[in-house]
Write a protein that binds this ligand. Sequence first.
Ligand SMILES: Nc1ncnc2c1ncn2[C@@H]1O[C@H](COP(=O)(O)OP(=O)(O)O)[C@@H](O)[C@H]1O
Ligand SMILES: [Mg+2]
Length: 284
Amino acid sequence: MSANPEVATTHPPSAAALSEEVAEPRAAQQADNIVHSMEVRGVHKTFGDSQVLSGINLDFVDDRITTILGPSGTGKSVLIKHLVGLLEPDKGEVLIFGKDIWNVSENERYELRKRFGVLFQDGALFGSMNLFDNVAFPLRKHTDMKEKDIREFVMGRLTEVGLERSVAKLPNEISGGMRKRAGFARALILEPDIVLFDEPDSGLDPVRTSLLNDLILEMHERHKGTYLVVTHDIRTAHKVSDYVGVIWRGKVVHYSEAAGAFGSEDPFVRQFLSGDSAGPLGMD
Ligand SMILES: Nc1ncnc2c1ncn2[C@@H]1O[C@H](COP(=O)(O)OP(=O)(O)O)[C@@H](O)[C@H]1O
Ligand SMILES: [Mg+2]
């Protein structure tokens, strides 16, 4: 992982629950002038007449794995797209390494995006390219590395995710779990400071989900970085999280260290994290 001198590595967890009602601790934290990899401040987003994000505040803890949980359709993917600068907030801001991603030049936004690795829900591989070329693509596009070095790098990543024998396969010739692992290898290829996972567990059976979660932990241990895992799968959250946030109806309703989330007294958080049908969370 390329160290960035600007970025403090780990820091003690702030009281970063940070729904608007508890904005005080954040104000105190701002005074420290610590630059974090990702901060979300009061982000609102409406599509047509449906308000999807209604003032999201999140301070991610650097070099840790944060899981954001929320029911389907709550805006988890929309949040990821805001983090990586693919969607612009109607109101509020997203700071990446202290820079408002929509208040910098196009060029700077592009440079900031290169510090992210993103594993989209379906792996988002190019269907006409084999796994080797899929993983090599960001290196060929964004660096002037020689093919020999590219080969070494790509094979290194593909070996780490257990795909060294499938490099010549096309995405539609391999299983969903393998596609996710290939997407993961590609997400890591530029040695990103931040890795975002959009429902890495979707479409996988429990065993493959568990194996992928092991891989997330292993790769985080090896490469470090600030990881955000968005999911609606409580088992995934249990397994990989250092911190857990829960979003519902466009707001962060809980944010704490993992143990605090799973021990929460809040009726909504309890219902959601236990997967109960009885409780405040209804079908709407
Ligand atoms: N580009 C878009 N245009 C219009 N509506 C969108 C767009 N992206 C997402 N939405 C809507 O925003 C809501 C949240 O979507 P999403 O973030 O995908 O939910 P999830 O939590 O399941 O990832 C959904 O109602 C979806 O239809
Ligand atoms: Mg989604």
